[in-house]
Ligand binder design. Structure first.
Ligand code: EPU
Length: 422
């Protein structure tokens, strides 16, 4: 793969209307879930991003027939031709959510062999709760030399109490429970919007799921599941938030269409507290910002708290907000690495374990910086939009994992971003 870097000429105000893409974290859960349907599934509003490409490659590797139209974001999957139940290491290394194939393959075929995931390096990311949940359903699950081997001779519904709130663990157990005999109840379940979206998708293929969006989810296992209609994934909560922050960061006036404003409450509250103006409509949000911003403090939390995935982009905005801002990162242990890159742009930051203290400065200056993960990349893009001069961002492949056409969208609003391929 040729190395690419992004060049951002900073200081241009963003103005106009931009449409948000389908959700990454919902897409990477729903694509494996198509395996569960005996009839072909059509999934719409999928983002054209690297994580979706890897998930499609995985379905094809397993033997499914996949027709993917990236321009429309529509995918048709016929899983009746699946002839294997192992996912190769090469694909798992490229996408963390490959582990959703454990739950889906186990449910449909009673076996799965999946190497442990790669994805963004943002701290320790164990999957003990996934394994605990699958075992509770009656699966034998072994983890040898970095590969998970799961087998079951008929899964049985069970009560599972998650030791911590985990999005991935909740999704994997939901997938496996779809074909289990009886009812599975997940206590202390994740409540993120993509959990609700997965539950709705499962409903569309005939699996009854109750309580998604609360911390107790019940899945009523079914012998046979089949798609009866096409399903469109929800808009991306984190892309929406990234665009909202970009609008405020450039003191712009941007309307983001096709989003779900209620998913954005935690961010909206903080932007208002900083002095930006946020107007919500049914499926659009307008963010305007005229004057200087005030610094704010927040802690990352599970939904509906402030999402860890927006902590990084938000921290870039805080670098130029007046006063002191404090961020406590409660979900992942290594999610401040982007701040060291922003120090090269003049940011005044101190990091104490899980806490970052940012002292606002009037202006960042351009520098050559390196993205260490997907949202770190988004944070550096925000910093580059604000900085004086031309910022160079290396490791742009991280950004492509999760943002559909980010620079095209920002350029349509007035940003000056280009890519150099070497
Ligand atoms: N955890 C465990 N054991 C487990 C599972 C999780 O200890 O078995 C811990 C993790 O170490 C972490 C916390 O629980 O401290 C929460 O992890 P969670 O399982 O919720 O995260 P995830 O499923 O690995 C998803 C998103 C992330 C997002 C987090 C939190 C997907 C594919 N990924 O990860 O998205 O940050 O939930 O909301 O849905 C991103 O989009 O950039 C991204 C990293």
């Amino acid at each position: 793969m040729a190395a690419e870097r992004m060049l951002i000429s900073g200081g241009h105000r963003l103005e106009g209307v931009v449409h948000v893409s389908g959700g990454k974290n919902t897409a990477v859960a729903i694509i494996p879930a198509t395996i569960l349907s005996e009839a072909p599934c059509i999934v719409e509003n999928l983002p054209d991003i690297e994580d979706v490409h890897v998930s499609i490659e995985t379905l094809k590797h397993l033997g499914a027939q996949v027709d993917w139209d990236p321009a429309l974001g529509t995918m048709r999957v016929d899983a009746s031709t699946i002839c294997r139940t192992d996912v190769p290491l090469e694909l798992c290394r490229r996408m963390r959510a490959s582990y959703y194939y454990i739950g889906a393959l186990l449910a449909r075929f009673g076996e799965a062999t999946v190497p442990l995931p790669g994805g963004c390096d943002i701290g320790r990311r164990p999957i003990d709760q996934h394994i605990k949940g699958l075992r509770a359903l009656g699966a034998e699950v072994d983890n040898h030399a970095g590969t998970v081997f799961a087998r079951a001779n008929g899964l049985i519904g069970s009560d599972i109490f998650m030791d911590m709130v985990t999005v991935g663990g909740t999704v994997n157990v939901m997938l496996a429970a779809t074909r289990a005999r009886g009812v599975t109840t997940i206590y202390n379940a994740a409540k993120e919007p993509h959990i609700v979206d997965l539950a709705n998708f499962l409903g569309s293929i005939g699996c009854r799921v109750k309580g998604a969006g609360t911390d107790v989810i019940r899945i009523y296992g079914a012998e046979k599941l089949a798609a009866r209609r096409s399903y469109a994934v929800i808009p991306d909560q984190i892309e929406t938030g990234t665009l909202m922050i970009a609008a405020a960061a450039t003191h712009g006036d941007v309307t983001i269409t096709g989003c779900i404003p209620t998913h954005m409450e935690a961010l909206t509250a903080k932007l208002l507290e900083m002095g930006a103006r946020v107007e919500e409509r049914d499926d659009a949000i307008r963010v305007r910002s005229l004057g200087a911003h005030r610094g704010v403090s927040f802690k990352t939390q599970v939904y509906p708290g402030f999402p860890t995935d927006l902590q990084q982009p938000m921290s870039a905005l805080l670098c130029t907000a007046m006063g002191t801002s404090t961020i406590v990162e409660n979900i992942f242990e290594s999610r401040f690495r982007h701040l060291y890159e922003m120090e090269r742009m003049g940011a005044n930051v101190r990091i104490y374990e899980q806490t970052a203290v940012i002292q606002g400065i009037p202006q960042l200056h351009a520098a050559a910086v390196e993205a260490s993960d997907l949202r770190a990349g988004a944070a550096l893009v925000i910093a580059g939009l604000m900085a004086q001069g031309t910022t160079e961002i290396y490791n742009t492949h991280f950004i492509d994992r999760g943002y559909e056409h980010l620079e095209e969208k920002l350029n349509s609003l007035g940003a000056k971003i280009s890519r150099i391929r070497e």
